[in-house]
Ligand binder design. Structure first.
Ligand code: GDP
Length: 365
């Protein structure tokens, strides 16, 4: 269901699929329903929900992801029909954020957002588990024969969540001053790092795969202790550097996730270079560019050199190229798919990397 055009809805679904894959799911199929308003009971409406149930059964899917934020009752009603777990877009995004949060502040922000999301759904989970006890939904056997965890239990959980949230808020407020100090004292990396920023689906992973290629496989063992989001690479003249994948931007980020998103994006402020990947074939690249740059500025990364890459050049016609060139005159056009422009990108990237201190000190003595 979508209020916008069919094309909008399809783009949004495609983005949701990319998000789900980022979160570690394997996406089987998509289903679109066109209606004036979402069905208050099952969101999709009875007929479409039944169709979805058949698709789920035929494909052996174990989860349905709705491209929206579902009311707890809608989620339950839909689960009753499709017989598998139903989650919504916000839950997927929260999952990605929690995988990406590195700093203590980032982790606290994400946990806070998760609890905020959970709180109004608490009753829903309890009821759904008891009604579905023995079925496929909810934890096996939870609340079997009873009325779920019961009001007292839920009240207790709710109180515990509230006090945890209060604690997290206090923690977060305490982080801000030390963050600024840390940044001021930050030791500039011995190994320069390139942060990859851009919207989900812009082609960030494809591009990094292309850029690191075989090297990554070779280096894998050496850097097994580093975070999975950090990839090691080498310039043509043998200088080491790293790529740090940042959490991708998404359209229509639910407002309660904005803070959590920013805190997971803060690693950008520690980079020596920002590789800003834009999907050149996107209908509104200017808005995407602006959003990404605004957030970079918010995490105090505006002074870091930025290299803009217009990816998917294979899908971009000549007139669009002119427009994009007008937006960012020194942007590099590449295609992670065909390999176009990669040699130029490598050159520009290597040239923009700072010469690490270790290299200088190694030469001087
Ligand atoms: P990420 O979410 O930014 O990491 O994007 P991905 O690397 O996962 O790519 C998103 C989608 O765009 C995938 O379906 C890719 O196959 C596709 N894609 C990536 N680069 C290109 C490109 O240069 N040209 C085309 N046509 N598709 C691309």
């Amino acid at each position: 269901y979508s209020q916008g055009s069919v094309e909008d809805a399809e783009n949004s679904l495609r983005e949701l699929a990319a998000l789900a894959e980022t979160a570690g799911a394997r996406v089987i199929d998509g289903l679109l329903q066109r209606r004036a308003n979402p069905d208050p009971a099952t969101y999709l409406g009875k007929g479409k929900a039944q169709e979805l149930a058949e698709l789920v059964a035929a494909e052996g899917a174990d989860t349905v992801i709705a491209d929206t934020e579902l009311a707890p009752s809608q989620r339950r009603a839909l689960e009753d029909v499709v017989k598998v777990k139903v989650i919504d877009r916000t839950a997927v995004i929260l999952d990605i954020f929690s995988q990406h949060a590195k700093s203590r502040e980032g982790k606290a922000q994400v946990e806070l957002a998760q609890l905020e999301y959970l709180l109004p759904r608490l009753r829903g989970w309890g009821e759904s588990m008891s009604r579905q006890a023995g079925g496929q939904v909810g934890s096996a056997g939870a609340g079997m024969g009873s009325r779920g965890p019961g009001e007292t239990k839920i009240e207790l959980d709710r109180r515990r969540i509230h006090s945890r949230m209060a604690k997290l808020r206090k923690q977060i407020a305490g982080f801000a001053p030390s963050r600024a100090a840390n940044r001021a004292n930050r030791k500039r990396g011995e190994v320069p790092s390139v942060a990859i920023a851009g919207y989900t689906n812009a082609g960030k992973s494809s591009l990094v795969n292309r850029l690191t290629g075989v090297q990554e496989l070779v280096q894998n063992q050496l850097f097994a202790t580093l975070d999975t989001a950090v990839r090691h690479a080498e310039t043509d003249d043998g200088r080491q550097f790293t790529y740090a994948d940042t959490v991708g931007f998404v359209r229509n980020l639910p407002h309660q996730l904005v803070e959590a998103f920013r805190s997971t994006f803060e690693e950008v402020a520690d980079a020596d270079l920002i590789l800003h990947v834009v999907d050149g074939s996107h209908p509104d690249p200017e808005a995407q560019l602006r959003t990404v740059r605004d957030v970079i500025a918010e995490v105090e990364g505006q002074a870091i050199p930025e290299l803009v890459v217009f990816n998917k050049a294979d899908l971009v016609d000549e007139s669009t190229r002119m427009v994009l060139h007008g937006l960012v005159p020194d942007g590099v056009f590449v295609s992670a798919r065909t390999g176009e422009g990669l040699a130029e990108l490598r050159q520009r990237l290597f040239a923009a990397l700072p010469v690490p201190d270790t290299l200088v000190t190694a030469v001087i003595p």
